[in-house]
Design a protein around this ligand. Sequence first.
Ligand SMILES: O=C(O)CCC(=O)C(=O)O
Length: 299
Amino acid sequence: MSVLSPEQLQRWRQDGYLIITDFYTSEDTQEMLNEARRLLKEFKLEGHPLTTFKTEVDGGHVGDDYFLGSNDKIRYFLETSSLSPATQTSPAKLLVSPERSINKIGHALAPLNPVFRRHTLECAKISQLAIDLGEHDDPRVLQSMIICKQPRIGGPVPTHNDSTFLYTDPPSAVGAWVALEECTTQNGCLSFLPGSHKTARISTRFVRAPEGGTTFEPVPGVEPNEEKWDEMDGWVEAPVRPGTLVLIHGSVMHRSPPNPSDSSRLIYTFHMIEGKAKYDERNWLQPTREMPFPSLLRG
Ligand SMILES: O=C(O)CCC(=O)C(=O)O
C-alpha cells in the first residue's frame, strides 16, 4: 500500500521537502528516543579525540580521521561550545556533562544499531516511501545519525543543500529527518526555502583535501548560483511533533538556528543516494569493503 498520496508527491516536487506527520507510531518514536538517550548516557570522554562538529561553510569544517573514518562506526561529535579552549598549560575541558556535550552521533546507526536498523533498513514503510518517491532505482542508505541540538548550547546549521555534502554524479541525495522530540521555533526546528531545489545548482562539493582534512571544491562545468539564499524572502519554518518524518531534496536550501531554550531537540536522520550514480573517492564519507552503503530495496 502506498505511503505517499498524489497530493503529497505534488507538494514534494513543488517545495523540495515534505513533512509527513505521524510517520512513526508513538511507540516506535519513543523506542528511538530511548535509544538515543541511552547512547548519550553511554558516552565516555576518556580516549575521545575531542572532535567537535563545525559547520562553517566557508572553512573550519570538521575533517579529522575520527570524522572521516566514521562510515562504519558509531561515533560521537562534540558541540563546539561544550569545550573550554585548550591553553598552553591546560587541555580543553568539558563545560557541561558528557551527555550534554554531544552535537551528533554517527554515521552508521542504520547498519549497526539494532533499534535504528529496525526503523530504517528493516522498516517496510521506509522501503515503500522510497518506492513511492521514485527518486531512486536503487536507494542506498548513508550518513545515518542522531543530531542533538542540546539545550542552550546546540549550535546552528547554516544554509546548505545536502547534495553538496553527499555528492553523486548526477546529484541524487534525499534526506529523511525524523523528529524524536517536539521541534519548535524556540529549540531550533528546520527552515526551508520552498522551491529552491529547482534553481539551486550543485556547483561545489565537500571533499577530502589532498593535504588532509576537508574542503569545498568546485564541480567542473556547473555555474555557481548568484542568489544570496539566506537573504531571500520566503523562508518557511517547519515546527514538527515527535514521529514526524521530513523528506529533504538534495538541492533544497535549508538551515536550523541555535537552541537557546531549555528543551532538547533530538532527531534521527539518514540519507539516500542512487546506487547507480557515481560516488567517488573524493567524497568525505567513504564506504568500505566491509561496509558498503546498504541497499534499501535489494537487501
Ligand atoms: O537537524 C538539523 O538541525 C539540520 C539537519 C540538516 O540540515 C540535514 O540533515 O541536512
